[in-house]
Design a protein around this ligand. Structure first.
Ligand code: CA
Length: 232
């Protein structure tokens, strides 16, 4: 199975050293050298098995990037930092990092930690996604199950139509999807539901994923048009 690692590191020689050694170990590496690139990619970090994140970057701090990634994903994060004090480690772990390594570090130790961390997480593949994470809950499009990410407890089992509609929203994340489009792609030539039916699906989703279903963060109603799905 292919293992994908994202490395965010601005020191070129160190970045290249890690990059080369990861590739020798068989990992596929995506190297980012600025905090901006990492912030932009934060919503898509689910595609990786691990993010190795430098704390001291010239534009954004690794801590900020870590917070941004955690809004979207539970991908393992390993901090690399020249700041090796206990307080710094705690600050990193408090922001949701899984592990912390002080520079300079032993390459073998890094590889061992990487090996352990990459086993923790199953990434979503960007091409044919079968898993979707919303509000700390993971939807499996193949089993229709919704599970709590933290402890894998089963919360709900969705219907086929609910899964199809969620998949449509995920594919069109951030865009307005009209009622007509929803009817077309989910119901097609099947017996046509009323608009009320779609509303009922949205109610189910809000009940499952929203903290306050009357003030939704994920499933937004776009008046007179349809719906928009966003994840932060
Ligand atoms: Ca740095």
């Amino acid at each position: 199975m292919e293992m994908n690692i994202c490395i965010v590191e601005d020191e070129q020689s160190l970045a290249e050293l890690i990059h080369m050694n990861m590739e020798l170990e068989g990992y596929t590496v995506r190297l980012l050298t600025t905090g901006k690139e990492a912030m932009d990619l934060a919503p898509q970090m689910n595609q990786f098995n691990l993010v190795i994140l430098d704390v001291m970057l010239p534009d954004f701090s690794g801590l900020e990037i870590c917070e941004e990634i955690r809004k979207h994903s539970d991908v393992p994060i390993l901090f690399l930092s020249a700041k090796g004090t206990t307080e710094d480690k705690i600050a990193g772990l408090k922001r949701g990092a899984n592990d912390y390594l002080s520079k300079p570090f032993d390459l073998e130790e890094l590889l061992l930690r990487v090996h352990n961390l990459t086993k923790l997480f199953q990434p979503e593949t960007s091409t044919k996604s079968t898993l979707l994470t919303i509000a700390g809950k993971r939807i499996d499009f193949q089993t229709y199950e919704v599970r709590q990410l933290s402890d894998n407890v089963l919360i709900a089992t969705l219907s086929k139509k609910e899964v199809e509609l969620l998949r449509l929203f995920a594919e069109r994340e951030g865009q307005v999807v009209s009622r007509d489009e929803i009817l077309d792609s989910i119901w097609g030539t099947d017996q046509f539901p009323t608009s009320r039916t779609i509303d009922n699906y949205i109610l189910v989703f809000r009940k499952l994923f929203e903290t306050d279903p009357r003030n939704p963060s994920y499933f937004h109603s776009i008046r007179a048009v349809g719906y928009k799905f966003t994840r932060g």
